[in-house]
Design a protein around this ligand. Structure first.
Ligand code: FAQ
Length: 316
């Protein structure tokens, strides 16, 4: 059988990208394509898992049984998203243990948004409405990502995120229509989560070092600024419809461009949070490490059980 040259492999790969044919785990792919996917998918997986913490804190404090059951299901969904994503990452040859160790050592990133504290029940509404809302805006286009396992994982993730977004909006809407104190709580949550939610989309296009290449490879389908703009355009009318005010004095409808103009994002704050200096960074990693240590006996027991079953099967 004749050997396929590197040039031919690259051509075949590019052909698939051009024709929107998915790249699958056993297909040849450029090293940098693989590296970019491992970076993005592992960061995404870490975000889902660290993202369980702010809401997880409120499960025991939910105001009634219905709210508790819904929040519990939502947080469990995020754990599931982490699992699909760690699995997608493994199809690229990444080692899951190593990936998680990189999170714990501070080498790997996760979304900046989860380094902000959730201090009131209204924050559960704001997280579902704004954080899941931003996540959906970013992830729906990822369902068309060129890498098959990531794209397919995103289909289910987006369905679940859309339920999360609605449950969050319902919480905030009920508070916004409640007593003056409840409305104030809802407004306060919006004030604290608005700007960090806009930061979730990443640096401005001019500062985004990966966007151009990721768009060429059809991993990303929109730039960071395009997605941020779509999020603002969809979310501002939602806030208005429930009588809340978006905390941006420069926010204005731009008739000519058919979109909102919005104020300047504090990029200094963003990079400080990404570098580990946000209000909750240390605590988030401490809790994740503890969860790994505390769960060791469960993993050992599962391995021992599986070993025992394998041994029995061999004897039979
Ligand atoms: N936080 O060149 P770009 C969720 C980093 S899931 C921290 O623009 P790229 C569900 C970036 O990694 C939320 N770091 O990078 C949920 C890069 O650093 P590196 C997570 C950030 O990859 C809801 C550097 O800055 N979603 O919320 C952030 O082209 C509620 C330069 O940036 C995903 O991960 C940030 N916000 O674009 C769970 C979606 N932004 O790696 C629980 C998939 C950028 O060179 C409760 N990811 N950086 O060291 C993506 O779409 C992309 O990776 C972007 C960044 C858009 C996040």
């Amino acid at each position: 059988m004749s050997e396929i040259s590197l040039e031919e492999l690259q051509k075949k790969f590019q052909n698939k990208i051009d024709k929107d044919v998915k790249i699958e785990p056993r297909d040849w792919m450029p090293d940098d394509y693989r590296k970019t996917l491992i970076r993005q998918i592992s960061q995404h997986a870490h975000s889902e898992v660290v993202g369980m913490l702010p809401e997880g804190n409120w499960i025991t404090r939910a105001p009634n049984l219905r709210r508790k059951a819904v929040l519990l299901a939502k947080v469990q969904d995020e754990a599931g998203h982490g699992l699909y994503l760690y699995s997608a990452c493994e199809t690229l040859g990444a080692d899951r243990e190593q990936t998680i160790d990189d999170l714990h050592s501070g080498k790997a990133k996760y979304s900046s948004i989860f380094n902000y504290p959730a201090i009131s029940w209204a924050d559960m509404g704001a997280i579902g409405w704004l954080v899941d809302g931003a996540a959906i805006m970013n992830q729906v286009p990822l369902c068309r990502c060129s890498y098959g396992p990531y794209a397919r994982a995103m289909v289910r993730v987006c369905k679940e995120e859309s339920f999360h977004q609605r449950q969050g909006f319902e919480i905030i809407m009920v508070l916004a229509k409640g007593t003056p104190a409840q409305k104030e709580m809802a407004q306060d949550a919006l004030n604290r989560f608005w700007w960090p939610s806009l930061m979730m989309f990443g640096p401005n296009d001019a500062e985004s070092k990966h966007t151009k290449q990721s768009m060429d490879w059809k991993i990303k389908r929109h730039t960071n600024d395009e997605l941020r703009q779509m999020f603002v355009d969809v979310t501002v009318p939602q806030a208005e419809s429930i009588g809340l005010t978006v905390p941006d004095k420069d926010l204005k409808w731009n008739e000519k461009e058919n979109r909102y103009d919005y104020g300047k994002i504090d990029w200094e704050e963003f990079w400080q949070v990404v570098k580990g200096n946000g209000p909750c960074n240390e605590d988030r990693i401490r809790v994740r490490k503890k969860a790994k240590d505390d769960g060791l006996w469960v993993r050992e027991a599962a391995m021992a059980f599986s070993q025992k079953r394998n041994n029995k099967a061999k004897v039979a």
